[in-house]
Design a protein around this ligand. Structure first.
Ligand code: SF4
Ligand SMILES: [Zn+2]
Ligand SMILES: [Zn+2]
Length: 308
């Protein structure tokens, strides 16, 4: 297989685009495409201050790398979850984020959940009624609250995450299987800040397949943590990804079409009537973020419950 641009040996063949590229042209193609997606979806501009949520994995570090190469002002945010599981998952992932930041002279903000709130994510989870289950619900709630707080307090214009097409298609698949109208309405590459305590969010890699972001990270020589979070095993999202991969194998481009046609359908108002009427959001008295509760948001209540 040869590179379509120069005829050299191809490093990657993207069947869904009918496009094969060598290393050099692939490493140029990815940022060019990302810039196109950023502009098409009005994600942010070169004047904006961007906060990139980095986990130490390939997608978020690739995103930080691409944005920096494109000339954006992007700082990193790492959240230390305190997940060890016998191999120091959180410590290892912090190491890769710090290494990337040091090697590229970038600024990395680190929030260690235990230092900041007195308990690790697994410890916070133990205090909930479903404390024996996986800590993913507590983890997601905590990450959303902390990411938004750091972005808001640091006056960042936008918070970006490294979600790729496989992630987005899997979430869409789950939301569609259950016809979750309000979730479908909110899913997209940009989430506007519809409350004074919220920062807008964007996902610049949403159109790249996971194998494309992996290839980018490897070809750029980015060092990242290969291990998944130990709690990810058995997650529904992984099962959905496998199902979508099967469809993709038979019909290359299925995931992309599924997701892009969803965005078109949404623009056309397809899900608008499915969204239930919701009451206006209140402001959490502790952290100032939006909540449906009259006083404290779910995260602040969780932290308070865990504080001795
Ligand atoms: S898999 Fe790990 S990082 Fe992801 S939500 Fe669950 S606990 Fe958090
Ligand atoms: Zn080439
Ligand atoms: Zn709160």
């Amino acid at each position: 297989m040869k590179c379509r641009k120069c005829g050299a040996k191809a490093a990657i063949n993207m069947r869904q685009h009918k496009l094969a590229l060598c290393k050099q042209h692939y490493l140029e193609w990815i940022p060019t495409q990302t810039q196109r997606f950023i502009e098409e979806h009005h994600m942010f501009s070169p004047e904006d201050r961007i906060l990139v949520a980095v986990s130490g994995g390939k997608d978020s570090l690739a995103l930080w790398d691409i944005l920096t190469r494109l000339g954006y002002q992007a700082d990193g945010l790492y959240i230390g979850l305190g997940i060890d599981s016998g191999f120091g998952y959180s410590d290892k992932s912090l190491h890769f984020c710090q290494k990337y930041a040091e090697d590229h002279r970038l600024s990395l903000i680190v929030v260690d959940v235990k230092d900041a709130y007195g308990s690790t994510i697994p410890q916070l989870n133990e205090k909930t009624p479903r404390g024996k289950d996986k800590p993913c619900a507590v983890c997601g709630l905590s990450k959303r609250n902390i990411m938004n707080r750091v972005a808001r307090d640091g006056d960042y214009d936008v918070l970006v995450t490294g979600h790729n097409l496989d992630d987005e298609a899997a979430v869409l698949f789950g939301n569609t299987l259950n016809w979750l109208g309000s979730y479908l309405l909110r899913q997209g590459p940009v989430l506007e800040a519809d409350h004074p305590g919220l920062v807008r969010k964007a996902k610049p890699l949403f159109r790249f397949y996971e194998r494309e972001t992996t290839a980018y990270a490897l070809l750029r020589g980015i060092e990242y943590i290969y291990d998944e979070c130990p709690h990810a095993e058995g997650a529904k999202s992984i099962y959905y990804k496998e199902v979508l991969n099967q469809l993709e194998r038979n019909r290359p481009g299925t995931k992309l079409i599924f997701y892009l046609n969803f965005l078109k359908a949404k623009e056309g108002g397809l899900f608008a009537e499915q969204a239930p009427e919701t009451d206006p959001l209140n402001t959490c008295l502790t952290c100032g973020q939006p909540t449906s509760s009259p006083e404290q948001c779910a995260f602040c209540r969780l932290v308070e419950r865990s504080t001795p």
